[in-house]
Design a protein around this ligand. Sequence first.
Ligand SMILES: NC(=O)c1ccc[n+]([C@@H]2O[C@H](COP(=O)([O-])OP(=O)(O)OC[C@H]3O[C@@H](n4cnc5c(N)ncnc54)[C@H](O)[C@@H]3O)[C@@H](O)[C@H]2O)c1
Length: 434
Amino acid sequence: MKLCMIGTGYVGLVSGTCFADIGNQVICVDKDKNKIFKLNSGISPIYEPGLDELIKKNYSAKRLSFTTDIKSAVNSSDIIFICVGTPTKKRSINVDLSFVYKCTKEILKYTKKKKILVTKSTVPIGTGDQIEKILRIKKKLFTVISNPEFLREGEAIRDFRYPDRIVVGSNDKKIFNQMRKLYSPLINKGAKFFTTTRKGAELIKYASNAFLATKITFINELANLCEKSGINIEDISLGMGSDSRIGSRFLRAGPAYGGSCFPKDTKGLISAADKYKVNLSVVKSVIKSNHDRVNLLTYKIHKILGSNLKDKKISFLGVTFKPNTDDMRDSTSLKMIPYLSKKGAIINYYDPSGEKNEFRKIKNCSYKNNIKNNCNNSDLIILLTEWDEFKTIDFKKIVKNNKFKVYDLRNLYNPEEMKRNKIKYYSVGRPNTK
Ligand SMILES: NC(=O)c1ccc[n+]([C@@H]2O[C@H](COP(=O)([O-])OP(=O)(O)OC[C@H]3O[C@@H](n4cnc5c(N)ncnc54)[C@H](O)[C@@H]3O)[C@@H](O)[C@H]2O)c1
């Protein structure tokens, strides 16, 4: 099939490349000339394991191309996927749909024959109706449907190839067969194909993200209780997660949830519910609890290092919101590092995905290019993101200062081993680690 992805970010690029890999002809469009230039030069603008090779393979096979020319891309495609960002509006909880509506207007301008227009971006209930209104002067040419994306950064290719389910929402049932055909290579390997109304599909995406954010927040709050009561949160996660009704994933205590989806989608869901005068009190308290968690973690840093952080050397291992991605959106580090800098601490950080623009202007904050340079002078090492290369660090060997402490926000290390090595060690919700 001939497909066009509008927006070549984490979702558009990964799903476009994977659609090409299962035999479709795919054009990825972006308004960002730099991104398209890089892609046409064989460089992926994002860090995602396995993606570079897959882009090269499909680009060379001429199944995948990149352009800023939306007109020709729209003209030569049968199915158009909208994959642009849907961030939260500034100083509000409402979703900013301006990117979605802007590209819809461009699609309208260039469309001359029948198309299926798919929202893959996460959009609030009723967005498909709004898109139809924009397209009304050529309404016979468009069928507008919703096909939300569930891939996770860091595991995006696997998630695309082996999804738990594919959700397609349409008010025109005739379209389901075409979408089933598009996804047939994945369905044949076991993916569930779930059809519903357009609004139903829009809500499934928000509801799923809000539920996962709730799970994380729930276990984080229980970790607080475990810390006070001397119980091990890992036992609780295991004991609860073994119940198939609950499941073990997203049940590991750690920092506040972050990333490009959960923070914005929990807010987006509340804002959509507000429009229907429905109070989603559970989701509201999840957002508050997650916000409070960042404050709680900084309070703990004070408990470890004392109230005066002036000239204390603090090193971060990992600053992205999760491993195997370069995405910094809403990472806990974006709140912690500026706070610690304001308190006079001297901050180093190392992240396998490289230096971050977000910290270039932060006072006393420097990027170090490896674990050793990052940690060798530290008073406190904070493990924020559990990248594989952090799993086997011999802290005693690399840190010169023999009074250093480790604050492990992902429970990556073994407390007993830390004790044996005489390292002052703190983690999340585990006994004898405070
Ligand atoms: N990132 C994820 O893990 C993930 C997972 C599932 C769903 N989603 C959803 O998918 C959507 C996209 O997310 P993302 O992380 O890929 O965003 P992103 O910011 O990485 O990419 C969006 C891209 O769209 C481009 N763009 C914006 N307006 C355009 C226009 N008019 N024409 C052409 N290109 C345009 C931007 O330049 C950018 O490259 C969001 O709604 C998000 O909530 C994201």
